[in-house]
Design a binder for this molecule. Sequence first.
Ligand code: MF3
Ligand code: CO
Ligand code: CO
Length: 274
Amino acid sequence: MTEYVAVTADLPKTRTHAIRLHGPEGFEGMRRAGRLGAEILDALVPHVVPGVTTGELDDIVREMSVAGGGVPATLGYRGYTHSCCISINHVVCHGIPSEKTLKDGDIVNIDVTPMLDGWHGDTSRMFLVGDVPIKAKRLVDVTYEALMLGLEQAKPGNHLGDISHAIQRHAEKHRYGVVRDFCGHGVGQLFHDAPDVVHVGRPGTGPELRPGMFFTVEPMINIGRPDVKLLEDGWTAVTRDRSLSAQFEHSIGITEDGCEIFTKSPKGLDRPPY
Ligand code: MF3
Ligand code: CO
Ligand code: CO
C-alpha cells in the first residue's frame, strides 16, 4: 500500500503521498544541514539565561544560519516571519519569538531548521533556565529518553509504529500525555514531506522502514493531558490543562543497519544539563 520512490535529480520537489528513498548525495546534504542545525543549538547554550528575550535568541539563529551558508527554512514559511520557534513551559510548539524574556525556572524548547544547499536540518532541544524544579527536569529527561528509545527502533524491516510505540510506552510509564495533534515528518529537500511520523502507535503498524528514508522524530510530551489548543496568533500551541510540555527533535536517515542521526550535537550537548 505504501508507495516508495527513489530520489533522482529529475524527481519533482513537490510533496506527494509517496515516501522518498535517498541516495548518498542526500545523506551528504542532510549531514551538512543537520550539523549546522546542531551547531546553532550548541551556540545558543550560553545565551539561554534569565532576562534574554526570545527575539534576541531568534536573531542569533538567523545570523548563524546565514553565516553557515544557509537560511532559516521557517522565514516566510506559510506566513511565519521568524527564524526559529521558541516554546516556553506550557507552550507545546510553534512559540513565536518576541520581546518576552526568559525567567528563572523556565523550560524552553528551541526548534531550528537551517536550509543548506536545499537540505533541511530540522532539530530542537530543551533548555533549562536557571534553577528548574525537579518535576520539570524529570519531564525533560523522560522526553529525551523517549526520543532516543524511538530512534533505537529506526532500522530497516521495522515499521514507523515501532518508533511511535517505544515513545508512547516510555512517556505513559511516567503517566505523561503524548501530544497527538502534531507529528514528525519526512524531511530532505522538502521541509515537511511524507510520511507523517506520529508519536503514539502499535508495533508493526505503519509504513515499513527502508534504507534512504529521511524523517524527523519530535515527540511532544505533557506532564498532564495530551490535549492542546491553538492561541489567537494562529501558531502558538499550548496544553489545554496548562501543564508543562517538553520536546526534542532529530532529523534521521535510515541506513542498511539502523539510522544516522543528522542533527547530533558535535559537542555532545544533545540534552541538559549543558
Ligand atoms: N521546525 C518545526 C518542525 O519541527 C516546524 C516549524 S514551522 C513554523 O516541523 F512555521 F512554525 F516555524
Ligand atoms: Co520537524
Ligand atoms: Co523542528
